[in-house]
Design a protein around this ligand. Structure first.
Ligand code: SAH
Ligand code: AVI
Length: 312
């Protein structure tokens, strides 16, 4: 019998189990990255954002501060602001201050992180109506917005990079039905050495984040992964234009999950995440294919990260 986490819904747990079993049954074992974000995973991600090697958050924060007036003019004040994968909402604060939205709808799969961020924002912005939505943005969601007031979708952090280009295209097309304007944070192509360092930090926080996925499967689904038998492995794949994160089995062994048995050869990997890096042209073309007719791009001074303003 699986040990259910307090508060975990049986349906979500069933979907989690199904995805894990399907992913570990493939010739190249894989797990969907959305499952990184239980409460522990969200805390580890917050630590990643503060690492010296992880330029992503700092670059996006800097460019948002630098171009805030132009971004606010593009989005328009008094809109309904819908944010996918809101997490801690670090950058959201800047937009909320500049846009003064009539409602802010943060959407995140990590319920604990979502509630904590919403509580903090409510203290900071007592005038703001906040309508948090715990859910999976890869599935259709009922978003509580009013017709008649313009909506803006905000998708920062390069979370779009964790989708395959096909999934990103589907996501952008879906968002076009939610709002006519979108702000998307995109990590840009750069020196592979900088990318490599960002996903192989010296303090080992990214490794802990990657391994927490196995710990979560043990906690919530009652599997018997031995974390000492796996090693974090992340590298830039230039042909694919993406960082790949894997967990490498250090020795031949078998993992049990209920009635399932998953055999690992020494050196075999579980592919846990892709993090796509785009050139401005590549992302512009993807947005155009998804039906956005015009796009603006703001970048930080070093050209590491881009914020795209898309209009349908
Ligand atoms: N926007 C924040 C957090 C980025 S981390 C920032 O820029 O720093 C990615 C966030 O997306 C996490 O909070 C994670 O819980 C959430 N997330 C990942 N996959 C998701 C999915 N399928 N549906 C909803 N939220 C998801
Ligand atoms: C959330 N996402 C954009 C992060 C990234 O950079 O792909 C997740 C992450 N994985 C390892 N470090 C950070």
């Amino acid at each position: 019998m699986a040990r259910e986490r307090r508060g975990a819904r049986p349906l979500e747990l069933a979907a989690f189990r199904q995805d894990v079993v399907a992913g570990l049954s493939r010739p190249q074992k894989s797990l969907p990255p959305k499952y990184f974000y239980d409460a522990a995973g969200s805390r580890l991600f917050a630590r990643i954002c503060r690492l010296p090697e992880y330029y992503v958050t700092r670059a996006e924060l800097a460019l948002t501060r630098q171009h805030l007036a132009a971004v606010a003019r593009f989005a328009g004040r008094g809109c309904q602001l819908i944010e996918y994968g809101s997490g801690e909402g670090v950058k959201s604060r800047l937009l909320i201050r500049a846009l003064r939205p009539v409602v802010y709808v943060p959407i995140d799969i990590s319920e604990d992180a979502l509630r904590a961020a919403a509580r903090a924002l409510a203290r900071e912005f007592p005038w703001l109506r906040i309508a948090p939505l715990a859910g999976d943005f890869s599935r259709p969601l009922e978003i509580p917005v009013r017709r008649g007031t313009p909506s803006v979708v905000y998708f920062p952090g390069s979370t779009i990079g964790n989708l395959t280009p096909d999934e990103a295209h589907a996501f952008l097309s879906m968002s076009r039905g939610v709002a006519a304007k979108m702000l998307v944070g995109v990590d840009l192509k750069k020196d592979p050495a900088a990318l490599h360092a960002a996903y192989n930090d010296k303090a080992g926080v990214t490794a802990a984040f990657n391994l927490n996925l196995l710990a979560r499967i043990n906690r919530e689904l009652g599997a018997d992964f031995d974390l000492r038998r796996f090693r974090h492995y992340a590298f830039y794949n230039p042909a694919g234009g993406r960082i790949e994160m894997h967990l490498v089995a250090l020795a031949k062994h078998t993992v049990r999950l209920g009635r399932h048995r998953f055999h690992f050869a020494a050196g075999e990997t579980i592919h846990t995440e892709n993090s796509y890096k785009y050139s401005p042209e590549e992302f512009g073309a993807l947005a155009a294919k998804a039906g956005f007719t015009s796009s603006r791009l703001w970048t930080d001074r070093r050209g590491q990260f881009g914020l795209f303003g898309l209009r349908a």
